[in-house]
Ligand binder design. Structure first.
Ligand code: AMP
Ligand code: ZN
Length: 119
């Protein structure tokens, strides 16, 4: 069922505390943790605790939870002190766009120059 934990999902396991992660922030509905393979000095993932395969599925099912993710991304940026220099929120969607974990997550990237358009 939509939003239910998936037994084979890495980020469901992180949300449940079954797989360790470098957690920065946790709310009732979200977890923010450092990416294991950082692409910038600040590279944090913000996930909903509920399982959705990507950001579009999440937004279609739970608009308020989608807003929680974006608000938490902003809180992470503030805590990491990258608001002044700028940061990027990315939702890779589909394997062709580089999505490798099919549990919706926002990448929060900052602390270095960020080119536009991205690769
Ligand atoms: P994506 O490629 O957009 O699906 O993003 C998945 C991200 O999860 C990648 O940037 C990985 O480096 C990151 N990742 C994979 N496993 C872990 C883990 N155990 N803890 C933290 N980040 C992870
Ligand atoms: Zn999941």
């Amino acid at each position: 069922m939509a939003g239910e934990p998936q037994t084979d999902c890495l980020f469901c396991k992180i949300a449940a505390g079954e797989v360790p992660a470098d957690v920065l922030r946790e709310t009732e509905t979200t977890v923010a943790f450092r990416d294991i393979n950082p692409q910038a000095p600040t590279h944090v993932l913000v996930i909903p605790k509920a399982h959705y395969r990507d950001a579009a599925a999440l937004a279609a099912a739970e608009p308020a939870l989608t807003a929680d993710i974006l608000r938490e991304a902003g809180e992470v940026a503030a805590e990491e002190k990258v608001v002044g220099t700028g940061y990027r929120i990315v939702f890779n969607t589909g394997s062709g766009a580089g999505q490798t974990v099919f549990h919706a997550h926002a990448h929060v990237l900052g602390g270095r120059g960020l080119n536009w358009p991205p690769g």
